[in-house]
Ligand binder design. Structure first.
Ligand SMILES: Cc1cc2nc3c(=O)[nH]c(=O)nc-3n(C[C@H](O)[C@H](O)[C@H](O)COP(=O)(O)OP(=O)(O)OC[C@H]3O[C@@H](n4cnc5c(N)ncnc54)[C@H](O)[C@@H]3O)c2cc1C
Length: 540
């Protein structure tokens, strides 16, 4: 405490999955920070259900992947999507998610995992709270931001006692969600689709019911599904399994012209279940579907927007939190560089240059899938018993399982993030494969996520890399001293890993890998001007 301020290097506003992950990484990098979040507990009304392969890679680097897997009750369930008329009605199509996730697992050390925010957030909170350099304060709200550019001062309030304090920090991370007070303070607008989209399946006012329905699975007489789409002429809804037994998240589209408070939950439940079954609503609340919004700026002076504060997506495909975790792990190593004194003056600006384009790129899938589903022509006889109904369901089912596949087969979006035009990457014209949603193609080019391979059983390429920059030497036989000397001169922490050349897709013998596993520079011989390379990758 200095004067009437507490002091820290980074103030994180928001203790959702993105803010908590930033605290864990900053702590591992030894950067002092305070995390404040107005909620007293982690999420009680879960939204996010899918941690994708790239996020699992990040969790692996943070030492959390095993624990996340162990905390996911659904990890033991065969992941699949079911298309049904009612939960206890006819299933007319399904998609085996294991097949789409297997390709992720072959292209990286981890594959995606179905885990509810209910289980993920407490785990992240525990890890953040266990770190000595992080002070985690649940029940603390940001009420005002002031101070000067170089030293923002936050006024924060204990939501239980009303006691106010001031915190001065060098930087602020706005991980404060959709309504982001940090974003509002800096008058940063959001642009894109705002939910008023004709007939999109998930759009406008949606209600989430978090329910316990102990007999629902048994009464459905179907194999358990991770995601169940309810398709009929009365309503639009989808259901996520939470524990594989009795807890479910049900998302329901509120009919136009009706306020969400006017919805009769008993009628909705009966209609979704297709039967009168016992259930208990554990939590409920509205949200807006059909969004595809990205902030006009990701940085304002000392403040950085991450996660839902920076972008709001329609959740189909599951890219909101996953993109947010990618944001924050692009930022934290740069803040750590600023803390340690080796960041060049442009390093922190590269956060917006790199992540805003990813925010825009990832904003498209959810709304695309929602609009596409909205165009489905549901057969009039979809719920009829007898042969005509069965035929209609078969034809429609065969169509939807193909039409809907792009929502789940997203290895390109997950693993193909690239920063080839970044000011801190040494682009050299190496051809990059097209940036596609599915069919990720590993490639060795500056800006790409470095392609994964297994140097030894169970030990992935990323497991060899250091916490900071790593120079990977694939048996180049070249002298590395000049590059190492240049790094030392600029105090850029650089470790060297020597590894047998893996062959394709690596074409270069020397690869400079960033702390976030992306390629900063590559070549078959050390650069002619090593200081220029080191200066570029540290944002000088
Ligand atoms: C139905 C649905 C399903 C989804 N499924 C997925 C999925 O499968 N995969 C996926 O990646 N994403 C999914 N998402 C999106 C995902 O839930 C969000 O992207 C994610 O929760 C954003 O995390 P965050 O940490 O940025 O923000 P939040 O989780 O919103 O956390 C923000 C935090 O900031 C705090 N805060 C706000 N104001 C203040 C203040 N003044 N002072 C202090 N603290 C404050 C809040 O209390 C909160 O804890 C889904 C979303 C929905 C609606």
């Amino acid at each position: 405490m200095t004067g009437d301020f507490e002091e820290t290097f980074v103030l994180i506003v928001g203790g959702g999955p993105v803010g908590l992950t930033s605290a864990i990484d900053l702590a591992q990098r030894g950067v002092p920070c305070i995390l404040i979040t107005e909620n007293l507990e982690t999420a009680t009304q879960p939204r996010c259900n899918f941690v994708n392969a790239r996020t699992m890679e990040h969790f692996r680097r943070l030492g959390l992947a095993e624990e996340v897997r162990a905390a996911a009750p659904l990890a033991k369930m065969h992941p699949r999507v079911a298309f049904v008329t009612r939960f206890c009605g006819h299933e007319f199509g399904n998609i085996d998610l294991l097949k789409t996730r297997l390709s992720e697992g072959q292209l990286g050390p981890e594959s995606g995992l179905s885990i509810s925010q209910l289980f993920l957030e407490p785990l992240l909170r525990r890890h953040a709270e266990a770190s000595e350099s992080v002070d985690v304060r649940f029940g603390t709200r940001l009420v005002a931001l002031g101070g000067e550019d170089g030293a923002p001062i936050a006024t924060v309030e204990d939501v239980r006692t009303g006691v106010r304090k001031r915190i001065r920090s060098r930087y602020v991370i706005g991980a404060d969600g959709a309504r982001s007070p940090v974003r509002r303070h800096f008058n940063i607008s959001m642009a894109g689709d705002d939910g008023r989209i004709d007939n999109a399946f998930v759009s406008g006012t949606m209600i989430t019911y978090f329910v316990r329905a102990p007999t629902l699975l048994e009464e459905s007489r179907r194999a358990p599904a991770t995601i169940t789409w309810i398709i009929n002429h009365d309503l639009r809804a989808f259901v996520f399994a939470q524990d594989g037994r009795e807890r479910w998240i049900i998302h329901y589209q509120v009919p136009e012209g009706l306020g969400w408070e006017q919805v009769r939950s008993d009628e909705v439940m009966r209609s979704i279940f297709g039967k009168d079954l016992p259930y208990e609503i554990l939590a409920e609340g509205p949200w807006t579907g059909g969004l595809s919004l990205v902030a006009a700026a990701y940085r304002a002076g000392p403040a950085f927007l991450v996660g839902d504060a920076a972008h709001l997506y329609t959740p189909l495909g599951g890219f909101g939190m996953n993109t947010g975790i990618g944001d924050v792990l692009n930022l934290t190593w740069k803040l750590a560089a600023a803390y340690s004194g080796w960041a060049g003056p442009n390093l922190l600006d590269s956060y917006e240059a790199e992540r805003r384009s990813i925010g825009l790129r990832n904003s498209k899938i959810g709304i695309h899938c929602s609009k596409r589903k909205g165009k489905w022509l549901i057969p009039p006889t979809i719920e009829d018993e007898g042969e005509a109904g069965a035929r209609a369901r078969k034809t429609f089912g065969d169509f939807v399982v193909v039409d809907d596949l792009d929502e789940y087969d997203t290895s390109g979006l997950q693993l193909g993030e690239r920063y080839e035009s970044s000011p801190i990457v040494c682009a050299n014209g190496t051809a990059a494969p097209p940036d596609t949603w599915s069919n990720y193609k590993p490639a060795d080019f500056p800006g790409a996520r470095s392609p994964h391979f297994w140097p030894s059983p169970g030990r992935g390429f990323y497991d060899l890399l250091g916490r900071d920059y790593t120079l990977v030497d694939f048996e180049s036989g070249e002298p590395l001293e000049a590059l190492l000397e240049a790094a030392k001169l600029r105090r850029l922490p650089l470790s060297v890993v020597r590894c047998p050349a893996p062959g394709q897709p690596y074409q270069s013998k020397l690869v400079l890998v960033r702390p976030d596993q992306h390629i900063a520079w590559h070549g078959n011989a050390p650069p002619e001007d090593p200081t220029a390379v080191i200066d570029r990758v540290r944002g000088a």
